[in-house]
Design a protein around this ligand. Structure first.
Ligand code: SAH
Ligand code: SF4
Ligand code: F3S
Length: 460
C-alpha cells in the first residue's frame, strides 16, 4: 500500500522543482503525494530564507504539524516531519533546537539522501537526521527520472550563485554556481515532453550564467534554448532568473531566432539608482540595464519585461528612491515583484549603517507599487482585442472554465472544453483585470492527437 507524502512548498520556482524531485526520489519507497496532511506518513516543508517573513512561516507551519504528529502517535501511527530547502541549509541545527520533534533536516543539495534518512527512521532509529552538504553534482547524478506530468514544467539547469549581492542569502543557502551537463538537461527535457509538457521553464538562480559541459567544450544558455526548441512537443520556452551582466549577445540573439522562446523576460534590477546598485554589489549600472533592454527589443520588438525591486535598502535616500520611481515608469515593466528590504543574518548589508525604518519602507513600497500596478494595468488593458495563444494548465473557479497563461505570463480565464487542458489554444482577450485577463476561444480546437501529428514549425 502506498504511503502518503504531504509537501508544502515556499519560495521560488526552484523550490517547486525541488519538491517534485523529492517526491520522485521517494516514489520507489512507496510514497505518493497526498493533499491530506492529517493522514500523511511524511510531512515535508520545503522552505525559503530570502526574507525574514518567509523564514518565519516555517515555525508557524511546524506548530501545526507537531499537533498532527502527536495525534497520530496516540493512534499508534508514525508521522515523520522533514524540513528541506534554504531555511534548512541556513539554520539546520537551530531548527532542531527550536522544534526537536522534526525528524529530518536536509539542505537543497542533499535531498537525494532522503530515502536513506527516511529508512533509518522508519526502522526505528530515534535520532533526527541532518544533512547539509554542498555537492549539487552528486544530487543530480542520483535522482531518478523527473516524474512531472504538467503542461508547463520547470527544469533546473543551474544552481547556486557567485554574485554575492550584499542583501542576499542565496549564495550561502544554495552554494556556488553549478551548471548541469548539457546532455543531462536535454534528456530531462525529453522526459518532460513525453509526460505532456508543452512549455519548459529553464531554472537557475543565475540561469543565464549557465555554462554546461557537452562532448565538445561548453554550451551557453542560448545553445541550450536552441536544442530544447527542437524537442517534439515543446512549443514554449522560458528561462528565469537572469542577471543583467550575463545577458550575452548569443542569448539575446536566441530571442530573435527561436520562435519557441516567449517574448517575456524576468530581469531583476533591484533599484533605479547607480549608487544603490553599487552598495548592493549588483555589478551593473542603470545604463547597462537600459542597453540590454534596447538590444532585446531590437532582437524581438514584442518582448516585454518584468523585474524585482527592493525598497528601503540601507542608506537609501529620497533622491535614490525617486530614481527608482522614475526608472520604473520609464521602462514600463508589465509585471513586477517589489519587496521591503529585509536584513538577513550573515549578509553584509545587514550590518550597514543607515537601516531604514519600517514606516519609510512601507511608504516607499506603496508609492512604487502604485507606479508598477499602473504599468501592469495599462498593458493588460492594451491586450483587449488581441489574440494570444494560451496554454491551459489549471481548472478555473467556475465549471467549464480553464485558466492558462498568455505568452506574457498573464493568467487568462476562458470557457474552454475540458479536453483543452494541457493544450495551447488561440484566445481573443475580451476583458482585463489588474493581474488576469478574460478571453474567448477563436481558433478551432485541435485534439491532442492532431497537435502531435502537426509539424511543429509549420504551426508556429
Ligand atoms: N537570482 C535572482 C533572484 C534571487 S531572490 C536575482 O539575481 O535577482 C528573488 C528576489 O528577492 C530578488 O530579486 C530580490 O528582489 C529579493 N530579495 C532578495 N534578498 C532580499 C532581502 N534581503 N530583502 C528583500 N528582498 C530581497
Ligand atoms: Fe541573490 Fe544577487 Fe545571486 Fe540573485 S544574483 S541570487 S540577488 S546574490
Ligand atoms: Fe528562497 Fe532559496 Fe529560492 S531562499 S527564493 S527558496 S533559492
Amino acid at each position: 500500500m502506498s504511503k502518503g507524502i504531504y509537501i508544502k512548498t515556499f519560495g521560488c520556482q526552484m523550490n517547486v522543482y525541488d519538491s517534485q524531485r523529492m517526491a520522485d526520489v521517494l516514489k520507489p519507497m512507496g510514497y505518493a503525494a497526498t493533499e491530506a496532511v492529517d493522514g500523511a506518513e511524511l510531512i515535508l516543508v520545503n522552505t525559503c530564507h530570502i526574507r525574514e517573513k518567509a523564514a518565519e512561516k516555517l515555525f508557524s507551519e511546524l506548530g501545526r504539524y507537531r499537533q498532527i504528529k502527536a495525534a497520530n502517535a496516540q493512534a499508534g501511527r508514525l508521522t515523520l516531519i522533514a524540513v528541506t530547502g534554504c531555511v534548512a541549509q541556513a539554520e539546520g541545527e537551530e531548527i532542531l533546537r527550536r522544534a526537536p520533534y522534526v525528524d529530518i533536516v536536509v539542505g537543497p543539495q542533499s535531498y537525494h539522501r532522503l530515502p536513506e534518512m527516511v529508512t533509518r527512521l522508519t526502522r526505528g532509529e530515534r535520532t533526527s537526521q541532518i544533512d547539509l552538504d554542498f555537492a549539487p553534482e552528486a544530487k543530480f547524478d542520483q535522482l531518478p527520472a523527473n516524474g512531472s506530468n504538467v503542461p508547463a514544467a520547470f527544469l533546473t539547469i543551474q544552481e547556486g550563485c557567485d554574485k554575492f549581492c550584499t542583501f542576499c542569502v542565496v549564495p550561502y543557502t544554495r552554494g556556488g554556481e553549478y551548471s548541469r551537463p548539457f546532455d543531462a538537461i536535454l534528456a530531462e527535457a525529453h522526459t518532460l515532453a513525453a509526460g505532456g509538457a508543452r512549455e519548459i521553464t529553464l531554472l537557475g538562480q543565475n540561469v543565464n550564467a549557465y555554462h554546461g559541459t557537452r562532448d565538445y567544450g561548453t554550451a551557453g544558455l542560448g545553445d541550450l534554448i536552441r536544442a530544447v526548441a527542437e524537442i517534439p512537443g515543446i512549443e514554449r520556452i522560458r528561462y528565469t532568473t537572469s542577471h543583467p551582466i550575463d545577458m550575452s549577445d548569443d542569448l539575446i540573439a536566441a530571442h530573435a531566432d527561436v520562435p519557441e522562446l516567449m517574448p517575456f523576460l524576468h530581469l531583476p534590477v533591484q533599484s533605479g539608482s547607480d549608487t544603490m546598485l553599487q552598495r548592493m554589489n549588483r555589478h551593473h549600472t542603470i545604463d547597462l540595464y537600459r542597453s540590454i533592454v534596447e538590444k532585446l527589443k531590437r532582437a524581438r520588438s514584442d518582448l516585454r519585461l518584468s523585474t524585482d525591486f527592493i525598497v528601503g535598502f540601507p542608506g537609501e535616500t529620497d533622491r535614490e528612491f525617486d530614481d527608482t520611481l522614475a526608472f520604473a515608469r520609464d521602462i514600463g515593466f508589465i509585471q513586477t515583484y517589489s519587496f521591503k528590504y529585509s536584513a538577513r543574518p550573515g549578509t553584509p548589508a545587514a550590518i550597514l549603517p543607515g537601516q531604514i525604518s519600517e514606516t519609510v519602507k512601507s511608504e516607499r513600497l506603496a508609492a512604487l507599487q502604485q507606479v508598477l500596478e499602473a504599468n501592469q494595468h495599462e498593458f493588460n488593458e492594451a491586450c483587449i482585442g488581441r489574440t494570444f495563444p494560451v496554454l491551459f494548465d489549471r481548472q478555473g473557479k467556475f465549471s467549464g472554465q480553464l485558466i492558462g497563461r498568455s505568452p506574457y505570463m498573464q493568467p487568462v480565464h476562458a470557457e474552454v472544453p475540458a479536453q483543452a487542458f494541457g493544450d495551447i489554444v488561440d484566445v481573443r482577450i475580451v476583458s482585463a483585470h489588474t493581474v488576469s485577463l478574460g478571453g474567448e476561444i477563436v481558433a478551432h480546437l485541435p485534439s491532442r492527437a492532431d497537435q502531435y501529428s502537426t509539424p511543429r514549425r509549420a504551426r508556429a
